[in-house]
Write a protein that binds this ligand. Structure first.
Ligand code: PEP
Ligand code: MN
Length: 351
């Protein structure tokens, strides 16, 4: 980013998920002035399902130019193809980012890299949707080989089917792995897309700071519940200011450019345990649904034949991955006990 931000941490990029109107963009940017260093707004929105709001497109570029001129904040948007890059450059945007759905495709990234050839525009490369470190590195390399501008890595978490605490599991060991492989690349974090809901954004931002990341990208909207995309994860500008105020920025006693095997392993262990807890909670929700079914159909809670089948199939699975049989049996017994407790509670409840 610009040189005068060299000693600033976190560098704050804030703004709406999507630009919706000139008035909206200017209202948010005005509220963020003095707190954010860059203004973000998506113009071309990659949506999971068709018929969702797909962004205002080219029209929004002049609103971003108005933010530069009238509010005095540098601006950035997401580019997903060469045409977007061409338009962003033509309008003099200050930086661009590549989204997670684009990073998964080396062809798409190469086209963007080619369009950026020789320019000095800074680029933030989000991680791909899934936890593939090499794919993320490859995208950063493609862009770095082409542009003369700074290239940054932007961690936005990883899609994980069925796990629900986060919209995208942080798996902190992946960005740390990237830092170990590419020590010169500065890391940014996007707690909004990791969290998916407002309540988690503070703690995710704090974790990113504790890991020594350089900056945060935080989705901010003047009327979040009415936002045309990502309504549940956008913060009011006043909440963003409070969040930044609440952050504790510690001295970087852990130098991320130094590899530390024990730190990396602990991060990995934390991340696996967090997923284990979520999986266990998911399993209990299924036990609850089965409990409702049993109650409705007058079945007993303990079905012996089913328990025997569980023990048998899980024994085979544990053998396949080399887990001690006795250990697995103990774990399963506790899990089963809790399921039975939940279902007995359901059976004894009034409705
Ligand atoms: C965004 O930043 O609004 C966005 C679409 O993010 P991601 O690519 O991380 O899903
Ligand atoms: Mn978004």
């Amino acid at each position: 980013m610009t040189n005068n931000l060299k000693n600033t941490r976190p560098i704050v990029i804030a703004g709406p998920c999507s630009a919706e109107s000139r008035i909206q963009v200017l209202a948010i940017a005005t509220a963020l002035k003095g707190h954010a260093h860059y203004f973000r707004a998506g113009l071309w929105k990659p949506r999971t399902r068709p018929n969702s709001f797909e962004g205002v497109g080219e029209e929004g570029l002049k609103w971003l130019v108005d933010v530069q001129k009238e509010v005095g904040l540098p601006v950035m948007t997401e580019v997903a193809d060469a045409k977007h890059v061409e338009l962003a450059l033509k309008h003099g945007l200050d930086a661009v980012w590549i989204g997670a759905r684009t990073t998964v495709s080396p062809f798409a990234v190469q086209n963007i890299a080619d369009a950026l050839k020789g320019t000095g525009t800074p680029v933030l490369v989000k991680n791909p949707m899934h936890a593939d470190l090499k794919l993320w590195m490859g995208a950063i390399e493609r862009v770095s080989h082409s542009t003369k501008g700074e290239v940054y890595a932007l961690h936005r978490g990883f899609s994980s089917y069925g796990l629900k605490k986060y919209r995208n599991a942080p798996m902190w060991e992946v960005p740390i792995g990237l830092k170990a492989e590419m020590p010169d690349i500065q890391l940014f974090c996007d707690p909004s897309h990791i969290s998916g809901k407002r309540e988690l954004i503070q703690s995710v931002s704090q974790k990113a700071m504790d890991l020594g990341m350089s900056g945060l990208m935080l989705e901010t909207h003047h009327n979040p519940s009415e936002a045309l995309s990502d309504a549940a994860q956008q913060l009011l500008p006043s909440d963003l200011i409070q969040l930044l105020d609440n952050l504790t920025i510690r001295d970087l006693n852990l130098d991320l450019s130094q590899t530390s095997d024990i730190r990396d392993l602990r991060l990995k262990m934390d991340s696996i345990d967090e997923q284990l807890v979520e999986l266990l909670s998911g399993r209990m929700n299924v036990a609850r649904a089965i409990g409702d079914y049993k109650k409705e159909h007058g079945l007993t809670v303990l079905q012996l034949a089913r328990w025997k089948e569980i023990i048998k199939t899980r024994r085979v699975w544990s053998e396949e991955v080399g887990l001690e049989e006795e250990f697995l049996k103990l774990v399963l017994e506790q899990v089963h006990k809790e399921s039975i407790r939940i279902q007995t509670e359901i059976l004894n409840s009034e409705h």
